[in-house]
Design a protein around this ligand. Sequence first.
Ligand code: NOJ
Length: 713
Amino acid sequence: MDLQKLLREMTVDEKLAQMTQLVPQIITDKGEGAVTGPMRNFGITKKVTSRIGSVLGISGAKKLKDLQDFHLAEDPHKIPLLFMADVIHGYRTIYPVPLGIGASFDEELAEKCSAMAAKEASVGGIHVTFAPMTDLVRDARWGRCMETTGEDPYLNSKMAQAMVRGFQGDLGKDNIAACVKHFAAYGACDGGRDYDAVEMGDHTLREYYLPAYKAAVDAGVELLMTSFNTLNGIPSSANKYLVNDILRKEWGFDGIVISDFNAFYEMISHGICENEKECAEKALNATSDIEMMSTCFVKFGKALLEEGKISEEQIDNAVMRILKLKEKLGLFDNAYRAASEEDEQKIHLCPEYRELARIAAEKSAVLLENNGVLPFRKDVKKIAIIGPVADHGMTGGWYCCGKSSEAISVIQGIKNAIPNAEIAFARGCSAEPNEKAEDVIEQIFEAKRIAQDSDIVILCLGEEIDMSGEAHSRARISVSDSQTRLIKEVCEVNKNTAVVFYCGRPLALEKIKDVAPATIIFWHPGTEGGNALANLLFGNVNFQAKLPMSFPYEGQSPYCYNHLRTGRPSTNGGYCLGYRDNPYEPVYPFGFGLSYTTFDISSPTLSSEELTEEGEIVVSVTVKNTGKCEGIETVQLYIQDVTASIARPVKELKGYQKVTLAPGEEKVVTFKITVEKLKFHTFEGKFEAEKGKFKVFVGNRSDIESFEVFRLI
Ligand code: NOJ
């Protein structure tokens, strides 16, 4: 396709329509499709809607083919629509929420899951996913923790790249284009309140928040979504520093920049634009290409051009980026692309995908406590399953086309695994965070009764899937009064109890920590949750995941393990960093997670005590399985820059490796340290390493204390 010729033939109005994205109901007048923001009468004509460039919030091969036909019949240039959707943790087969994938510390898994989602979405007619979301988060109150891979820039970057690889592959028909979001620092919203403002210095922005978006750009992501929030007073949609200077010029990104839902229009509410015309001007001048769910471009772009406030070249650049993506995806040759009802039947929820979803749920579950009660014996006769989330599928917040009814509940999973046991179920309480124990006391007694009467108890608590996600921030992250009481009562009458928390964010577990014989974080596990849980509880598979976010005490958020050092560290007694009513350190730190076996990790040995600019140091540890079953340990490398021109974190993750060991087996694990791992953003805006002393920590959690030292010379 001669795209330059096509561009020349398009009128300005047609170009502006190409730069607009709407939900299908506005185009077809039929009330279908998902809407995740405000709807209003946009006051645009059919002439505009028939020339629109892309559509969001619709899925299904038949529907999308029909919509494509409807559009192509009207569009004078026959430019196919791009179909975009939130394929975040699966399309029809749902795997754990991204926070769970982060916990796996398994890039291959992240890539495979994304590739599966891409294939399912592609046959369902989708061309672009609004993923990965790589926003770094330190505040457990934020609802969208579930969509991130956590609090660490290194882990987030690795996961972002794996997901981009998985979704996009070679952009063949099995793949879809990825859109990294939400640029930038959306996860640092004030007070963990979704959509709230972000105030942040350049150093913190570049050091912690930008690396994962950059990693996605380096991995070749096709699109980037700007965020809702203001950053230092400027909404991202109009933030020339972020988009023109950093993204386009510094990082060389020439893909599509798309707004978030209605975000251009919302610049009026932010108070930086008086009207839609100003919104269009500011967004265009920040090199935005697609306007999602508002119509400032189509309504005012032409007038801005006539007034000389924007140039036709700016519009052409944007349109060309959109046309190029359509061409790359093969839409000019086949506007249906991979959409196929027949393939939907074949591929969606096929056994191979269900198996991958199960493995992903197993690899993402974090074992926080186990006094030896787990794994349960398989010859148990009576099992009590208790809790408000045990009897239905727990897909997770962005379930896309997944259905709870197609997901395996805990009850079903346990029945599948231990078919001869008698199962008793009681809800015990609800997942409502403000529920008081006294309001459900009879339910709690009933739960206690079946617990007393059973060999083992599986308590399934925490958050329903709609308690985290967009617009689902919580002021308090503690386990509710009713759930806490239920745990206490049940554990009192039956010591063979495992408490399984479903959640899309870290929960404050201080009241539970010493009560439950075993505690598991199962996130929102997806289609195969129940089967995966049964495999874990009965020891068919071992736990291997680690926390991708610290689990803080109530009131401690925001918290991160890689915080800066202070003049008065929390270990120094009075008049030092901390709280009067809480410890400073979290209940469970980043990187922590148990296994059914135990591991011994030796102190690190360094190949040299000095590192030169061109050289490398090899760090070696011997990891030994000291327990009774096979297990997988995630060995983590952390570095502290002891003295630098600006304060540096207590430690930072710089590498991790998974090692599988049989009982008694040991292996040497090595990491290479080069100067690249020591670079940081200096006060003068440089990215470089400074000579001097560094500490090296290797272990299986972020709060390891022992270290070795080397010098960069
Ligand atoms: C708003 C969300 O912030 C974004 O993540 C999502 O992709 C869009 N809505 C489209 O649904």
